[in-house]
Design a protein around this ligand. Structure first.
Ligand code: TYM
Length: 335
């Protein structure tokens, strides 16, 4: 049996990077035989990045609707909101107490903040919350509360999964039993990092995203037209190696279609036309989901019911596991 788990932080609007890096492969994985899937809204993680309550709430609705519109079946998948599972923050504390501070010092997100401060000649920890510092432990708790063994994520999350393994190992070792299995990252090799409009990783923080549903087909087309290309004119052969446009196309097309597209570009297809081809390719996959997305966004109560039912299923798994851990660390007497 494989237990697959992944989450998306509820800040911002879901974009094509989230879709090809997490949502699409996770839904595919959930359809496999002998797979138990756990997918959730990482809303506690959102508080690390945003103190704008309205934004966190709006984002949760959009991301919930995106998963469902993209074909997630809540009867098949345990689909929930992180903050409905009190076992997660409880487990986080148990893990915190066996986590080396030095491990967290090495986390990319924390280190990047410190490096930025030093570069700006500020105090190393200026503006850094304890929440950002503890981020990897919260993520380890998400995974370990369900003993998930496969975690489909984009490449940017690999270090977090490695840290979850370190922390799990340390807990097992400290308390002398295999409480936790070692989780592994599951990376879609072909689309490990989807580039954004400017060629850097598509990311809310770079403001270079193509929204998945927001703005409709029109908004998606407008965004695609803004993808940065080189200045080669129509008729000149195009380089597909470093082209964000081509890399995005590849994430949405079969190998045969991708080959044909490469040939057309090498043969001088203009970037404007190429963008139209890319738009049509993506839209043919996304358009059928859009209507469902709109309908869900218009009925938040329905989404709330789905998430609460998912939370009940999730707690039925995490509850007994955390109870075992309470006993193991001496908080409760084993009966
Ligand atoms: P988040 O919300 O930043 O991103 C959600 C998922 O989308 C993937 N992703 C991408 N994949 C390919 N190309 C891109 N340009 C791109 N941008 C984002 C991310 O790799 C991720 O898989 N900490 C996590 C959320 C989280 C989580 C967890 C994940 C919390 N707890 C437990 C797995 C297991 C995050 O902030 O992802």
């Amino acid at each position: 049996h494989t237990r697959v788990l992944t989450g998306i932080t509820t800040t911002g609007t879901p974009h094509l990077g989230n879709y090809v890096g997490a949502i699409r492969p996770a839904i595919q994985a959930s359809r496999g035989a002998n797979v138990d899937a756990f997918y959730f809204m990482a809303d506690y993680h959102a508080l690390i990045k945003s103190d704008d309550a309205d934004r966190v709430e709006a984002s949760r609705l959009k991301i919930t609707a995106s998963w469902l519109a993209a074909g997630l079946d809540p009867d098949r998948v345990t689909f929930y909101r992180q903050s409905d599972i009190p076992e997660v923050p409880e487990l986080m504390w148990l893990l915190t107490c066996v986590t080396a501070k030095g491990l967290l010092n090495r986390a990319h997100a924390y280190k990047a903040a410190v490096d930025r401060n030093i570069e700006n000649q500020e105090d190393a920890d200026a503006g850094v919350t304890a929440g950002l510092y503890m981020y990897p432990v919260l993520m380890a708790a998400d995974i370990l509360a369900f003993n998930a063994n496969k975690v489909p994520v984009g490449r940017d999350q690999i270090q977090h999964i490695e840290m979850a393994r370190d922390i799990a190992q340390r807990f097992n070792h400290t308390y002398g039993r295999e409480f936790f299995v070692m989780p592994e990252a599951l990376i879609e090799e072909q689309v490990a990092t989807l580039p954004g409009l400017d060629g850097r990783k598509m990311s809310k923080s770079y403001d270079n995203t193509i929204p998945l549903f927001e703005g409709g087909a029109k908004g998606m087309r407008e965004a695609i037209m803004k993808i940065v290309t080189d200045s080669r004119a129509p008729g000149e052969p195009k380089d597909t190696e470093d082209s964000a446009l081509f890399t995005i196309y590849k994430a949405f097309a079969s190998p045969a279609e991708t080959g044909a597209f490469a040939e057309a570009l090498h043969g001088g297809l203009g970037w404007g036309e190429a963008k139209q081809v890319l738009f049509e390719r993506i839209d043919s996959e996304v358009a059928p989901m859009r209507e469902k997305y709109e309908a869900l966004m218009a009925s938040p109560g329905q989404m709330e019911d789905i998430l609460l039912a998912g939370a009940a299923k999730a707690r039925a798994i995490a509850g007994p596991l955390v109870e075992t851990l309470r006993e193991a660390v001496g908080l409760r007497s084993a009966r």
